[in-house]
Design a protein around this ligand. Structure first.
Ligand SMILES: C[S@@+](CC[C@H](N)C(=O)[O-])C[C@H]1O[C@@H](n2cnc3c(N)ncnc32)[C@H](O)[C@@H]1O
Length: 278
């Protein structure tokens, strides 16, 4: 049975993994690591729910975007290998070379041979194996949009992201839209920008042919950045269209970054069936 508690216990019991990740889960420092641990547990829970219903027996390939020190991928790799008789492969990508090298060292120390880390921008990676699932935990600001764009371009089956800071449209909401009476107030403008950003992402994914669910990965008492976008590719849809996305984008004049990764003709319904490797 999958539950946050069972995942947390399983991870805590793996002394080797916790030590290799240098995660101070006994909270002897400022508590940042226990916060990260809880985020990882919440994320793992959702991925495991998907794996439980995963139909095929072939290898499941993950791409962890903005992986940082790859706590999430290492934890998932460990848990899935313990719970399921399924082969997995994990790619991690991050622009920070020091972190990528740290991931290589952790992988070697744990003897996890099914992991590869790349120092690059998300949008620039073309992994050798076809990707089933893209995951991203707190990819900074527009790195979440790069992740979503990459997932759509690769035609991945699942895309699961927990966004980080949502800075890109805050300043555009000061004027020129129907809700200025709301966004006149700085605090409300910030909160509304966060909501609008996630709505734009969700509508873009829907328009690109994904079923989209928004949920809370963990309780907000652990982190306010707990909104998770879970997107599953529809089998084949002639109804792909960006009308809802465009309506929102135009209403608030957001010039949202996601669309810059695509051409208008990419989403003409009859042409679209997952833009593999474009
Ligand atoms: C807040 S950290 C999160 C790291 C990790 N996912 C975690 O939860 O611990 C964000 C990471 O995104 C990386 N990053 C930012 N922009 C990126 C991009 N365009 N492509 C790849 N990595 C990026 C940074 O180097 C940083 O390691």
């Amino acid at each position: 049975m999958v539950s946050k508690k069972s995942i947390a216990d399983e991870l805590k019991n793996s002394q080797e993994l916790i030590k290799a990740l240098s995660l101070d889960i006994d909270q002897t420092n400022d508590g940042r690591e226990i916060k990260k641990f809880n985020e990882v547990v919440g994320f793992c829970e959702q991925v495991i729910r998907i794996i439980e219903t995963y139909p095929q027996n072939r290898e499941i390939v993950f791409l962890d975007c903005s992986c940082g020190k790859s706590y999430l991928s290492f934890a998932l790799n460990y848990i899935i290998s313990k719970r399921f008789a399924k082969e997995t492969y994990f790619y991690g990508v991050d622009t920070n070379r020091i972190l990528v090298e740290a991931c290589d060292r952790i992988r070697d120390s744990l003897g996890f041979k099914n992991m590869q880390f790349m120092c690059a921008k998300i949008i620039d990676v073309f992994p050798e194996k076809p990707i089933d699932m893209i995951i991203a935990l707190h990819a900074c600001d527009t790195a979440t949009d790069e992740t979503i764009a990459k997932g759509i371009k690769l035609g991945v089956k699942y895309l699961i992201v927990v966004p980080c800071c949502e800075n890109q449209i805050r300043n555009r909401l000061k004027s020129g839209h129907p809700l200025v009476d709301l966004t006149d107030f700085g605090l409300l403008r910030y909160r509304f920008a966060d909501i609008l950003t996630e709505a734009l992402r969700a509508q873009f994914l829907t328009g690109a042919g994904y079923y989209v669910k928004l949920l809370e990965m963990i309780s907000p008492k652990f982190t306010p950045k707990n909104l998770m976008i879970v997107a599953r590719r529809k089998k084949r849809s002639k109804k792909n269209n960006m009308d809802s996305y465009k309506k929102l984008d135009e209403m608030f004049n957001t010039n949202f970054v996601l669309k810059r990764y695509f051409h208008d003709h990419d989403f003409v319904p009859d042409n679209y069936s997952g833009m593999v490797n474009c």
